[in-house]
Design a protein around this ligand. Structure first.
Ligand code: AMP
Length: 145
């Protein structure tokens, strides 16, 4: 059986990220694969439109700093080197697909709440990542059962 060579783990900034990251690390160790962690920051102008009459620069900067702080905390837990931690801007699913192709990733690991009802109809990040991915995607079940 072919082993995975390069695993991309996508983390948000919730407590669930620890669970997702630990699972990805174990799989990487088992496969002797490279592990890259990514967090995508959605620019406020993209999330809320560019026509709001406010200067979002300071807020955006604070969000970025907090994200970077949290990402290095997470990375420290599993001794992930700086070059294997990525913080990028954009839409999570789009950036994750782009990075997966660019970096020859053969497995993407994401967390999934396995929502149902309205959230399922509206979609979720993990679902969006699964659709359109050109490699395997592992959804690690997180959150309340
Ligand atoms: P879901 O519960 O289906 O909405 O998916 C949540 C999962 O999507 C998280 O555990 C992460 O794996 C991934 N995810 C959500 N937001 C981001 C983000 N901004 N950057 C990277 N991955 C994300």
């Amino acid at each position: 059986m072919n082993q995975y060579q390069h695993i991309l783990v996508a983390v948000d900034l919730t407590e669930d990220a620890n669970t997702v990251l630990t699972r990805a690390k174990d799989i990487a160790a088992f496969n002797q694969a490279r592990l890259t962690m990514v967090h995508v920051i959605e620019p406020l102008s993209v999330a809320y439109g560019s026509d709001i009459p406010l200067d979002l620069t300071t807020l955006q900067q604070e969000i970025t700093e907090q994200a970077q702080h949290r990402i290095s905390e997470l990375a420290d837990r599993i001794d992930l080197k700086d070059q294997d931690q990525l913080v990028v801007y954009g839409r999570p699913e789009k950036e994750i697909h782009r990075l997966a192709e660019e970096k020859d990733v053969d497995l993407i690991v994401v967390g999934s709440h396995g929502r149902h009802g309205l959230a399922l109809i509206l979609g979720s990040t993990s679902t969006s990542i699964l659709h359109g991915a050109k490699c395997d995607v592992l959804a690690v079940r997180v959150g309340s059962k």
